[in-house]
Design a protein around this ligand. Structure first.
Ligand code: SAH
Length: 248
């Protein structure tokens, strides 16, 4: 049956993959994805046919998915975290729409890195938050900084995706300086690497010392709002519940 299921596989572990995503992969004739993600989940689906490609080959992967679907196959196109958040959902819909083929596309959501990271840190995104990617491969850097500035001014909790790569090492520095214009140096900052994966690790830092910790391209950085605090090793952004009667 010709169809494409764009499938968010979650942050990495099978425990964090939804049953709906698992079923889509089980039911597909062929599974297409970035090699790293196929490496993460492939062994859990013995007997299934996987096709992998490199990181910057998103359009190629979509064209391949379309071609396979046009041949009558049921295709799962996998994407890490939520496929609708910096994932494959949008580009797949665009490619299918432009083809005029009418191939049905199902979008299956997954746990995004920010949710996985927040759970590790405690409850840092309990209130309004903004997700900003520091990758300027397809977004002008000035626009990225403007969004950071607006989110900081608006007192949003800020989750940074793609905070650093080998080439982009100083953007995070600049972002920190922008946020410091609006927030105290002791504002909690959670740094989570490889959430839900083998090398999962995290640090709880502040705006003042956050750059002393390891931040790479498998990291989510969560910057608290003006009310965010640390207690008992966890980061909490209060929603505003009145806890007066429950004081310790
Ligand atoms: N669609 C994905 C995001 C892809 S953008 C999602 O919804 O999670 C890639 C960025 O996501 C990485 O640079 C990193 O900032 C973040 N990321 C993805 N998986 C992660 C994980 N397991 N742990 C920490 N950060 C992760």
């Amino acid at each position: 049956m010709s169809k494409i299921a764009v499938t968010g596989i979650g942050p990495g572990s099978m425990a964090d993959m939804t049953p709906r995503a698992k079923a889509a992969i089980e039911d597909a004739d062929i599974i297409i994805g970035y090699s790293t993600y196929i490496g993460l989940i492939g062994k859990h689906f013995p007997g299934k046919e996987f096709l992998s490609s490199g990181m910057t080959r998103e359009i190629e992967r979509c064209e391949l998915a379309l071609q396979m679907a046009l041949e009558g196959k049921s295709v799962a196109l996998i994407s890490s975290g939520d496929c609708g958040i910096y994932g494959m959902a949008g580009i797949m819909l665009e490619v299918v729409n432009r083809s005029g083929s009418g191939i049905p596309v199902e979008i299956i959501p997954g746990i995004t890195a920010a949710s996985a990271a927040a759970a590790i840190l405690g409850a840092p995104i309990m209130h309004d938050f903004a997700v900003i990617s520091l990758s300027d491969l397809m977004t002008p850097l000035e626009l990225i900084y403007k969004r950071v500035e607006c989110a900081a001014e608006g007192d949003f909790v800020i989750c940074l995706y793609n905070p650093k790569s080998k080439k982009r090492t100083d953007y995070i520095d600049k972002v920190r300086n922008i946020v410091l214009k609006y927030r105290k140096a002791e504002t909690p900052v959670g740094i989570v690497r490889n959430a839900g994966r083998e090398k999962e690790a995290y640090d709880i830092a502040t705006l003042s010392n956050m750059l002393d910790f390891e931040i790479d391209m498998f990291t989510v950085v969560v910057i608290g709002n003006s009310k965010t605090y640390m207690d008992n090793g966890r980061i909490i952004t209060p929603r505003g519940y009145d806890l007066k009667e429950y004081v310790r």
